[in-house]
Structure formats: structure tokens, C-alpha cells
Design a protein around this ligand. Structure first.
Ligand code: SF4
Length: 244
């Protein structure tokens, strides 16, 4: 693993087929089981929000998923609030202290004075192929960048550096360079090259190296997500092999 920080992971894959890396990406999106709210019983709702919209918002709250319970059990949340109040995911009262919203500060509804909601929500296991709310992460990959700056002394270097959306270029004192350790962050957008010309800065990619990036929504850790995605991929390949 190249880098792992909190909910994100960045992995450098060398000499991997793009098709295999894409299969892993798809497995992360569609093949990892997580918990999400599925059934909502609304006892009271005098807010401006329809029951269906409220239920849909609850379904999109990422729920921390203990991987050791994979596929087992249903968990529930109770919510009883009265306005004026901004109701957040942290206001959901869980049936299990380990199955809680992954992002406590997520806003559910802004209740006005006198408005009230009372409901019970039940979770279900599922994966991204059933509904995107079960998908555990934002995941993408790109080729490893190659940045060539033939002459480091460049007029307007600061302007060129300021165009970089991921801030990896240094343009101080009319000298253009890539910040130390930041090359793999280049997203190959070519904003710098389009502005300055390829004779000043040239952006290409190394097709034998792939940067695989993953940002968890909080249900599982990046490592758990990758382990589950590999395991699903392996099962699927085995299933095909057995059927052929
Ligand atoms: S290609 Fe885009 S991300 Fe890469 S250095 Fe240039 S401006 Fe920055």
C-alpha cells in the first residue's frame, strides 16, 4: 500500500492489466456488503418533508458496518424530535452501540418551531449492485503521471503553478517544479500544459503504473473494503471457472 490516511487509501499498482484494476474497482462499487437503512415506519411527521423523502434521506446515511457480522442481523434506530431543531444523524438512537451513523454531523432535516417527527428505521444488508446506498467508497484509478519540465526557469511560473487544481506545482522565483512527493497526486488534467505549452511543461502518463485511489464513506475501513472486494472477485472468478 502506498499511502493510507483515515478513510482514504492510495495504492500504486505496477505491471497490472487495466482490465483487472477495473474489475477491482467494480467489485468495490458493487460487490461489498454493507448495512443501510431500508424500512422506515413513520409514527408522526408534521414537518414540510414527505415521509418518502425523509425515508430516502435516512437510507443514504452511511452506517458503520461491523464486518464480523457480515450478512447477519437487522439493526434499528429510533428518532423522536421536536422543532425548532436541526436533526442530525447523531440524533438517531441505535439498537446496537456498534452500528451507528458513520458521519454523525450529517443533516437529516431542519425542523421548524412546532414541527415534529417520530419514526423507527430498520437496516438491511446489501451491496451496490442492489442500490448505490450500499456502495462503501468512492473509487477511481489513473495512470501514474509523468511531468517533464525541460527548463526549470520559466517566466510566469507562479501563474502556471496556480492553475493546478491539486496544488502540486511550485512556481516560486520564476522556477517551475513539482512539489516533493506530490507527483502521484497529478490528475493528468493538463491545465498547466494547455496554458503554458508542452515545450514548457509536458504531461504524459506511465501506462505500466496505475494509481488506485479509494475514499471510504465510513461503513468500513479502506482495508476491509479492499479485502471484501478481492474476496468477491475471487468467488466470481471461481464460479465462472466451475461453470465453464
Ligand atoms: S496536469 Fe493538472 S494536476 Fe497535473 S500538474 Fe498539470 S495542472 Fe496539476
Amino acid at each position: 500500500m502506498m499511502e493510507s490516511k483515515g478513510e482514504t487509501a492510495k495504492i500504486l499498482l505496477e505491471d497490472f492489466k487495466v482490465s483487472l484494476v477495473n474489475a477491482l474497482r467494480r467489485s468495490v462499487i458493487n460487490g461489498v456488503q454493507t448495512l443501510a437503512i431500508e424500512d422506515v415506519t413513520v409514527y408522526k411527521n408534521t414537518s414540510f418533508m414527505y415521509d418518502e423523502v425523509l425515508a430516502s434521506r435516512l437510507g443514504l446515511i452511511p452506517i458503520k458496518t461491523p464486518i464480523e457480522l457480515k450478512g447477519k442481523g437487522k439493526f434499528s434506530f429510533k428518532l423522536k424530535e421536536m422543532g425548532p431543531k436541526a436533526v442530525h444523524a447523531s440524533d438517531l438512537i441505535p439498537s446496537d452501540k456498534d452500528v451507528v451513523p458513520a458521519i454523525p454531523g450529517m443533516l437529516i432535516i431542519n425542523l421548524k418551531d412546532g414541527e415534529a417527527i417520530e419514526l423507527e428505521a430498520e437496516t438491511q444488508w446489501g451491496n451496490g449492485s442492489e442500490h448505490t446506498k450500499f456502495t462503501p467508497a468512492h473509487v477511481f484509478y489513473h495512470f501514474y503521471p509523468k511531468i517533464t519540465i525541460p527548463n526549470s526557469k520559466v517566466k510566469g511560473a507562479a501563474k502556471i503553478a496556480s492553475l493546478c487544481p491539486v496544488d502540486i506545482l511550485d512556481g516560486e522565483k520564476e522556477t517551475l517544479s513539482v512539489k516533493k512527493g506530490k507527483l502521484s497526486d497529478c490528475i493528468l488534467c493538463k491545465a498547466c500544459e494547455d496554458y503554458a505549452g508542452s515545450d514548457v511543461i509536458s504531461i504524459t502518463s506511465q501506462t505500466d503504473k496505475i494509481v488506485f485511489e479509494l475514499e471510504s464513506w465510513g461503513q468500513l475501513t479502506p482495508k476491509e473494503i479492499l479485502n471484501e472486494a478481492f474476496s468477491t472477485l475471487e468467488d466470481e472468478v471461481k464460479e465462472i471457472a466451475e461453470k465453464v
